[in-house]
Design a protein around this ligand. Structure first.
Ligand code: FUL
Length: 634
């Protein structure tokens, strides 16, 4: 964008100089935005990539995840609380900001909110003079972190929860937090509402209309007027959305869109949030929230269950690398400190990511592209390390090859791709290939499907040593706009994941094979590579017995010499429990299966299905039955 602006400014200047003659030959417009597009603040928010959650409050002391709302405020007594220790730890762990649970479901306020006697002001902490929202917001300023608040709409302490009067109380809390603690980058509205609570001693279950009770439009107006830069989190947005799980990852296919007005707290198809709605009309990118421990709050017995650096690295690739952000929770302990194990693991996690993606092997290289818009939108923009310059295709072109050639062979196993999202999210499918020793292009071995890119896509593939790598974009919603490509060698541990994935691939849902005799069928699941199940005809029907969420199909071809029944082109379809609603989910080729008949994997966006149908569209050797040494569905 920068370049185009300066170009048009140049153009205008020269037009004035030559008396308004046309200079269209030098001016090229950027592709038109493809709706929905993000607001600038949503782009800035997504660029944060990793930021922290802090869950801290009465639950820390009463060993609960959801306080009932009746634990006395006196129980809150962190003897060594130090928000600067939190901030230093988070910076060292690569976090760009932090969101504090100013009030969790139990209603206890970490700031001295005047509207209640259930806050830090009524606790022994600093003799009631403490204000943890202030202490953390100031520590953030000192250490260069952005600050944000979580405010639970559900309040199990308040007697009037569920009535219109509670809303005045809730809005006053929000106003207080938004007015007195400086700028916030996000406001987090938790969708959880378990119903029962202390409620001023009533001890009952209260249900509210989760779509309408809180009158969110009024809340958004307040936010826009006081803190317009803040992004609003709720299950369905409007600023950013929940990713539909609390395990910290988004789908490999992940659209930043939702269909407006469809998702609300309590939405019964929350699994969709991992992938977004491909046909959505609202920009609501996914935030992947996860705790570094099993619980959100601190429990001493979980000291041995802190996620390892390697587990966090995996989550990073599947959150930030899947077009989402990673919101990593630190349960501050009873001393009021981030526990040393959590701190050590988080810092190591950050170091590993920095090491793995340290040297971009294509930095400054101009790839060969099959189409180029011209003007400022040229291939060199892909590797110039400038977020706001991008390569684009001409308006009618939605597929392209981007090819990098190296003077000599390099080892590669990671890739980074970015679309220029201020103009929308476009790519629907792509592949990555390397040039083998004979000069042929071969697909790299991945652990997931390659469909969407969005703000950022990170790929881990098993190491190749090659003098060429290319990205083939095979489908998109409109002309392509990519602003960044990175290729890396992640070092010694690069292939560890693939060894694990390879080892786990044969773990399968139990299945039977329709129309195949029992003895032959057994060969496909006996975990013996030497026995092969041969299937006559061109259709393999796998019956899982009942509907499951499935996301991949794997098979090891016949391993005898010569290999028999190799499938070169396929179509994969699924059907519901009653065999109805058959739909094709993937088609393609098992590249290089003739020369290298190793495990073949088809990854797809998870679907609920009982039956899978693998159709052999083309065989390597015509008229042979299909041969499967092993089959797995996961
Ligand atoms: C959930 C809450 O119920 C959990 O306690 C936690 O705060 C998590 C981040 O969100 O909905």
């Amino acid at each position: 964008m920068k370049k185009s602006t300066s170009l048009s400014a140049l153009c205008l200047a020269s037009m004035l100089a030559v008396g308004l003659s046309s200079c269209s030959s030098t001016h090229v417009e950027a592709p038109a935005p493809l709706l929905p597009v993000p607001e600038p603040k949503q782009v800035e928010w997504q660029k944060m990539e990793t930021y922290a959650f802090i869950h801290f409050g009465l639950n820390t002391f009463n060993d609960r995840e959801w306080g009932y709302g009746d634990t006395p405020a006196e129980v809150f007594n962190p003897a060594r609380l130090d928000c600067e220790q939190w901030a230093r730890t988070l910076v060292a762990a690569g976090m760009k900001g932090v969101i504090l649970t100013a009030k969790h479901h139990d209603g206890f306020c970490l700031w001295p909110f005047a509207g209640t006697d259930y806050s830090v002001a009524n606790s022994p902490y600093k003799d009631g003079k403490g204000d943890i929202v202030r202490e953390l917001s100031e520590a953030c300023k000192k250490y260069g972190l952005k600050f944000a608040v979580y405010l639970s709409p559900w309040d199990r302490h308040q007697a009037n929860y569920g009535s219109p009067e509670y809303l005045d109380y809730f809005y006053a809390q929000l106003r207080d937090l938004l007015t007195n603690y400086g700028e916030v980058f996000e406001v987090w509205f938790d969708g959880a509402n378990g119903g029962d609570g202390w409620y001023g001693g009533a001890k009952e279950t209260r249900t509210i209309d989760r779509r309408n009770y809180y009158n969110y439009s009024r809340i958004y107006e307040m936010l826009d007027s006081i803190q317009p830069q803040a992004v609003i989190f709720s299950d369905g947005g409007p600023g950013c959305r929940w990713v539909g799980n609390e395990r910290g990852f988004a789908g490999a296919t992940n659209w930043a869109f939702l269909r407006k007005g469809e998702v609300y707290p309590g939405y019964d198809k929350s699994y969709e949030l991992q992938y977004g709605h491909a046909d959505g009309d609202q920009w609501v990118a996914a935030e992947c929230d996860v705790s570094i421990r099993p619980g959100w709050f601190y429990h001493p017995e979980q000291d041995s269950l802190v996620k390892t650096p390697e587990q966090l690295v995996d989550l990073y690739y599947r959150s930030v690398g899947h077009n989402g952000t990673l919101l990593l929770n630190f349960p501050v302990d009873r001393n009021g400190l981030i526990h040393p194990i959590d701190s050590a693991n988080a810092v190591r996690f950050h170091q590993i990511i920095q090491e793995e993606l340290k040297t971009n092997l294509v930095a400054g290289l101009t790839p060969q592209v099959s189409d180029e818009r011209g003007g400022a939108y040229v291939a060199s923009a892909l590797t110039d390390n400038d977020y706001d310059t991008f390569w684009a295709t001409t308006d009618s072109v939605v597929t392209a090859d981007i090819t990098f050639a190296f003077p000599s062979a390099l080892r590669m196993n990671r890739m980074l791709l970015q679309e220029y999202i201020p103009l929308g999210q476009r790519v629907k499918a792509f592949t990555v290939e390397y040039r083998d020793a004979s000069g042929n292009w071969q697909p790299v071995v991945l652990n997931e499907e390659t469909t969407t890119i969005g703000y950022k896509r990170l790929l881990r593939f098993s190491s190749v040593v090659s003098d060429g790598i290319r990205i083939r974009i095979t489908d998109a919603r409109g002309p392509l706009c990519l602003n960044n490509i990175g290729v890396y060698d992640a070092g010694e541990q690069a292939d560890k994941l693939f060894e694990e994935v390879q080892a786990s691939k044969m773990q399968s849902f139990p299945f039977t094979l329709s129309g195949v005799n029992a003895e032959s069928a057994a060969a496909a699941s006996d975990r013996d590579e030497k026995t092969t199940c041969f299937v006559d005809g061109d259709l393999l029907t796998v019956d899982l017995g009942s509907e499951r969420f499935v996301s991949s199909f794997h098979f090891l071809p016949d391993q005898s010499e010569p290999n028999r029944g190799l499938i070169s082109h396929y179509e994969l379809s699924v059907a519901d429990a009653d065999g109805q609603h058959v739909r094709k989910i993937k088609a393609g080729e098992f590249s290089n299966i003739r020369n290298n008949p190793v495990m073949q994997s088809v990854y797809f966006t998870p679907v609920k299905a009982r039956y899978l149908y693998l159709k052999a569209v083309r065989m390597v050797t015509e008229n042979e039955p299909m041969g499967f040494a092993e089959i797995a569905v996961r």
